[in-house]
Design a protein around this ligand. Sequence first.
Ligand code: NAG
Ligand code: NAG
Ligand code: ZN
Length: 387
Amino acid sequence: MLIFYAIFLSLILSLGSAYSTLSDDTLKNLPSPGDDFHIKQGSILAPILIPRVSGTEGNAAVLRHFVDFFKTHLPKWNLEFHNSTSTTPTSNGKQIPFVNLIATRDPPGAQVGEVGRLALVAHYDSKLTPTGFIGATDSAAPCAMLLHLARNIDAALTKKWGAMAAEGIDELDEQKGVQILLLDGEEAFQSWTDTDSLYGSRALASDWERSFHPAMSTYRTPLDSISLFVLLDLLGASSPNVPSYFKTTHWAYKNMAAIEHRLRELGIFKSSPNHSSKMEKRKNKKPRAEPHFLVDAEKGDKMFMGGFVQDDHVPFMARGVEILHLIPTPFPRVWHEMDDDGDHLDMDTVEDWTRLVTAFAGEWMELEGFFDFKKEKRKESYEKTEL
Ligand SMILES: *[C@@H]1O[C@H](CO)[C@@H](O)[C@H](O)[C@H]1NC(C)=O
Ligand SMILES: *[C@@H]1O[C@H](CO)[C@@H](O)[C@H](O)[C@H]1NC(C)=O
Ligand SMILES: [Zn+2]
C-alpha cells in the first residue's frame, strides 16, 4: 500500500507544475532594488545604460558586468556562454560575434535532463541606430530586473532545497530550476527581417534543439527543459498595457495578474495613483481608478486571435516552447528613439515590475516560508555601516 501510494504521489507531482502563492507578508517584504537601480551610480542598472551594440566593446563590457554580478553575489548559479557568429547587412561580409549568457540554478544533485526550468529572458544588446542609442526600456531595465530577481530568490532556493534534502523527499518531488537568459543580437542592424534580427536567440534555440540529454531523460533537450519562457521587453516606461498573447500560457498570465492585483491592494505598487507617495503630493486625496499593467486577466479562451509581437521568443515558440511575453502594446513612446535613456525611465514602474516578476518566480518555485527578510535586512545595514 505504501509503495502504491508513493507511485501515485509521484504521478501526481509529475503532471503539470505545482505553483503556490506567496503570503501578504512576503509580498510586502520583498526587498526593492533601491540604490542598485540608480541610473548614474546604481551597481546593477548604471553599467547597462551604455551603447552595447553586438560585437562592440560596450557590449562586451555589459556582458562582463553580468558575469561579475553572478560571480560576486550568486556563486551557486552555473554560468555558460553560448557563442555564435553571423554576418549582418552592415558588417560588409565580416562575421560579428553574438554571446548569450545563460545562468542556471538547479536543485543540488539534480541529473541533467531531469529538471524543468522557469526561464526568465531579456536581451542585452542595443540598437545600432540612432548613434548613441541607449535602450533603457529596450532592454537595459529588464536585464537589471532579472539580476535583482536572481539575487532575491537565491537564498530562499538554498533554504528550500536544504529543507527538502533534510526531509528526504527529493526523490518524489518534481525537480524545478530557474534559468536567466541574457540574449545578444536581438536588434536588427538595418531593418527588421527574419535574418536581420534575433541573432542570439535563433542560434541558441537551434543549438539547444539538437543537444540531447542522456537517453530516457524526462526532458530530451535543454529546450524541452524550459517549462515556461518568460520574456521581458520594453519595460520601464509609465502606464504599460501588457496583453495576454497566448492562450496556452494564459493561466500563468492570470497568476501574475493576480499578484499585481494583490500588490496594488496592499498599497505597495509604487506607480499606482493610490500609492501613499502619490496621494501625499495630490491636493485631492480621493482614490483614483486603479490601472493594471496586465490588462487581460479576464480574457476568455475564445478571444485569442493569434496576434503577437516579433521578439526573442519566436525561435523558441516555433519549437514548441511555452511563452509568456511581457511586452506592452502599444510600445513605449520612446521606442527606438534617442530618449529611451535612463532619464526617461519611470523608476516607480521599474520597481513595480521587478517586485511583480520576482514574486511570480517565488510562487513558481514555491518559496513561501523560505525567505529570511530579517537576515537580509541585517546584512544590508551591516553593509551600509561598512561603507
Ligand atoms: C564565448 O565568448 C565569451 C565572451 O566573449 C568568451 O569569454 C568565451 O571564451 C567564448 N567561448 C568560446 C567557447 O569560444
Ligand atoms: C484606488 O482607487 C480606486 C477608485 O476609487 C479603487 O477602486 C481602488 O480599489 C483603489 N486602489 C487602492 C489600492 O486603494
Ligand atoms: Zn529594440
